[in-house]
Structures are given as structure tokens and as C-alpha cells.
Design a protein around this ligand. Structure first.
Ligand code: ATP
Ligand code: MG
Length: 434
């Protein structure tokens, strides 16, 4: 529609054609109102029954809520109207009619269960507060790309159908690939390392990862979006600097460019951009700190992974984003480098929001021999990964990087209850459609 005006742009005195959804109608007898909604907002349309063409009045008041209309008319100032203006129609067309019965109420007056909302995402995203999450997610992805560009990185796309997993077998989704077994990739880890070692050197990717996690939690999906970074001639500390820059730039962009969306979520006053300089705590310090909170039934011992409870206790104690560095080698994957002078310790790190883990990364093992040893220690057959390991024989510089869950970034940023809130069509144990 070439001549369509968004309702938020309709100014008194304009002759406009507006198009959108019937939010509600109110019939007061001689006069009736229809609220029309589009992506920019809502506007009141006034029907004065005695003065108007019967066809216009009957069409406007005869359609069900959520039907799509196109209305032509004059915009007038009206201080009693919700936005201070209203449209006096002189033409109306029903473009698409909606059933009387709707599976959920897009006006948000009646709450719906998350599962009902996910089954009917089209209607769910007509609610400003839900639409706002995805406008913000879009801005986050834009900002992330821009920040990577500013850091001189090249955006890459790596295969999602692979012959072998990255992190071992248990979390892999097998598929049939022309009669052969293949898998959905868990992470671009190995490919992005191969590309760091190529002529590109500094790369990033925003793409899907697939994890056959059995557990159903508010922070796990079976298909998630991973923001990945990998670069040569940097160490884990510089990789942490980049992770921090990406997080801060995402918050900053949302603060600068998404005030309307934040308003729709009721977050204008609460939203704060983290200052950066996230504390970098060693794994050992974290264990001590968690145990000192007395929040855990069983104290952690060196070598334990940080459980959900431990992450929560530590998050409350630290009170903001923080890195966990120098993890025990045995709980980090083979591609993370260990300290030469203390092989029990690795150069892996996590970045956590007080509520959950956001990032895992580290300095990578770029030397062929120790890499092969790492595979063997982890019980992975190096032969299956030859496409990867052999490139470490042809000039592989030191490199480091990380992966960040996009859904978790948005979920923690907007204090949502569940990563599914930040996912259009989540894939989980129960949900494969829509
Ligand atoms: P967790 O310990 O929370 O299960 P992980 O350590 O298995 O996560 P990584 O392999 O380190 O996850 O992946 C890097 C990042 O990708 C995570 O920090 C997280 O933000 C995101 N991520 C990983 N798996 C999932 C998932 N199943 N659902 C949503 N995000 C995920
Ligand atoms: Mg991790």
C-alpha cells in the first residue's frame, strides 16, 4: 500500500489511509468508536451514525476484533481520544476478517499460558510488550554485528549439518544424510577456529546451535542462537575484553534506540547499561566465595562444575556480570589450552550474569601435539576430527574466542522469566511445532 500512513504519524488536518487490526470497538448508540492498531500504535476512528454513509458504519462496527481494515479519512484533533487525535472515516475496506473466537486475547486484558502463547505466536506478538522483546532482540543483533565490525571482524557462516559433534556424543541430534549418519551441529567451535587460522584471522558468526539436552529448564533450548567470536594473536584476557564490549554495546544500543520498546515492557526506569570492568574471578576464588555464602547444602570442592544453585549464590554475592577464569582443565573441553606450568588449570573462562551463564570461551590449544593428547584424554577419537586437527600442522597461530547465547543475553537484559520468552518459536522437549 503505497499511500499508507502509520497511525502514529497521523497529524490533525491530514487526509490519510491507515491499515491495521481492529483492537476494539465501542458502540455508544448515536456514536461509536473503533480502535485501529498497527505496528506504530493505536488510533481512534469515530463513527457518527446519523451523519455517515450506512455502509461505512456497518462495515466498521460489523467486523470482529483482530480483523484487518483499511480506512481512509480525515485526522482531527480530539483531546478525549487516547492519542489526542481521531480519524473521521470516508472510506473503509475489510481486507481480512478474523473469527469471533480467538485462541488468545491480543489486547492483553486476558492472560494466557506460555504454551498457548507459543502456539499462537502471531497473535501473541500483536501485544506491544511481546513485540517489544523481539524489536529489542533485533537491535541487540544489529549492535553486536556493528561492534564486531568495529573490532575488525569478518562475519562467517559455517555448516549446521556435520559429520561429528564438537563436544562429544551425548547432546547430539542425529539425522540421516543420504543414508549416512550425520548430526546437527552443537557449536561452530571447530569451524570458527579453522577460520581464525585462515587468512580471515578475526571472525564472528550469529547462528543456530543444536543441543539434545534432556532437561527442560528456563534457560535451555534445544535450538539456540549463538553469537560466536574467534581471533588470532589474542589471549583469553583479550577475548574477555571483547565479550565485555559486546555485552555493553548491546545494552547501550537498546538504551539509545529502544525507548518505546522498553516503555512497552515497563522497563524505562529499571533499565541500566552495565559499566563494564566486569570482575574477573578465578574459579578457585569463586568456589571459596560460594562456600562462604553458606547457601549450598554441600560445599563445592575443587573440580566441581558450578551448579545452578552455585551460580545463583555467586551471582547474588557479586551482584553484576562477572567472569570466572582459570577453570580446572578436566571440566573444560579439549580445545581449551592449559597452563604450561600448571596443566591442572585451563585458560578457559565463563562470563555470567547473576542469573545464569552467558558465555564460555578461552585461549585455544593451537599446538598439534597437545591438541591430539587433549582429544585422547577426553575419549574422543582424533581420527574423526582429522579435518580439524590436520590444519594445526600447517601453521596455526595462537587464538582465543568465545560463544554467547543470544536468547540468554536478551532474557537477562530484560529480566524475563524464561529464555522461551526471547525465542519466537522455541524448540524444547515438548515443542517441535510451530
Ligand atoms: P549450560 O552450562 O548453562 O548448560 P553450556 O556450558 O553447556 O551451558 P556452552 O557450550 O558453554 O553452554 O555454550 C556457550 C553459550 O551458549 C552458553 O553460555 C549459553 O549462553 C549458550 N547456550 C548453550 N547451550 C544453550 C541452550 N541449550 N539453550 C540456550 N543457550 C545455550
Ligand atoms: Mg559453558
Amino acid at each position: 500500500m503505497e499511500d499508507r500512513t502509520y497511525v502514529a504519524d497521523a497529524e490533525p488536518g491530514d487526509e490519510v489511509t491507515i491499515a491495521g487490526w481492529v483492537h476494539e470497538t465501542r458502540d455508544l448508540g448515536g456514536i461509536a468508536f473503533l480502535i485501529l492498531r498497527d505496528r506504530s500504535g493505536k488510533i481512534q476512528v469515530k463513527f457518527e451514525k446519523d451523519e455517515m454513509d450506512d455502509h461505512i458504519v456497518e462495515t466498521g462496527l460489523g467486523v470482529h476484533r483482530e480483523s484487518v481494515l483499511s480506512i481512509t479519512g480525515r485526522v482531527e484533533e480530539e483531546e478525549r481520544a487516547p492519542t489526542g487525535v481521531e480519524v473521521i472515516p470516508d472510506g473503509i475496506e475489510v481486507i481480512s476478517e478474523a473469527d469471533t473466537e480467538l485462541p488468545l486475547d491480543p489486547s492483553g486484558k486476558v492472560d494466557a499460558e506460555l504454551s498457548t502463547r507459543l502456539d499462537n505466536r502471531t497473535l501473541d506478538l500483536r501485544k506491544p510488550g511481546v513485540k517489544a522483546i523481539f524489536e529489542i532482540r533485533s537491535e541487540v543483533q544489529r549492535a553486536v554485528r556493528e561492534t564486531f565490525r568495529g573490532l575488525d571482524c569478518t562475519e562467517i557462516n559455517t555448516p549446521k549439518i556435520v559429520a561429528t559433534g564438537t563436544e562429544g556424543g551425548t547432546e547430539l541430534f542425529p539425522i540421516t544424510y543420504f543414508g549416512r549418519e550425520a548430526f546437527m551441529n552443537q557449536s561452530p567451535q571447530l569451524f570458527k577456529q579453522l577460520m581464525a587460522g585462515s587468512g580471515l584471522e578475526r571472525v564472528f558468526e550469529v547462528g543456530p546451535i543444536f543441543r539434545a539436552e534432556e532437561h527442560n529448564t528456563p534457560r535451555h533450548l534445544n535450538e539456540a542462537t549463538s553469537i560466536d567470536f574467534e581471533a588470532t594473536f589474542i589471549d583469553q584476557h583479550e577475548a574477555m575484553d571483547v565479550a565485555e564490549a559486546i555485552v555493553v554495546s548491546a545494552y547501550d544500543a537498546v538504551d539509545q534506540n529502544c525507548q518505546t520498546a522498553l516503555e512497552a515492557l515497563g522497563l524505562v526506569d529499571e533499565f541500566t547499561v552495565p559499566e563494564g570492568d566486569f570482575p574477573r574471578l578465578t574459579y578457585e576464588e569463586c568456589i571459596e566465595r560460594v562456600n562462604a555464602t553458606g547457601e549450598l547444602d554441600e560445599p563445592l570442592v575443587w573440580g566441581d562444575d558450578l551448579s545452578t544453585e552455585a551460580e545463583r549464590a555467586l551471582g547474588d554475592d557479586v551482584g553484576g556480570h562477572y567472569f570466572v577464569t582459570d577453570w580446572p582443565s578436566e571440566i573444560k573441553p579439549f580445545y581449551i589450552q592449559d597452563y604450561d606450568d600448571d596443566p591442572e588449570l585451563s585458560k578457559g573462562f565463563d562470563l555470567n550474569h547473576p542469573r545464569m551463564e552467558l558465555v564460555s570461551g578461552g585461549q585455544r590449544e593451537h599446538r598439534h601435539e597437545p591438541l591430539i593428547e587433549g582429544f585422547e584424554q577426553q575419549g574422543l577419537p582424533p581420527a574423526d576430527f582429522e579435518y580439524y586437527t590436520k590444519m594445526f600442522k600447517y601453521g596455526m597461530p595462537p587464538h582465543a574466542g568465545w560463544g554467547m547465547g543470544a536468547e540468554r543475553l536478551v532474557t537477562t537484559m530484560l529480566d524475563l522469566d524464561n529464555v522461551r520468552e526471547a525465542t519466537l518459536f522455541p524448540r524444547d522437549r515438548q515443542r517441535l511445532s510451530p
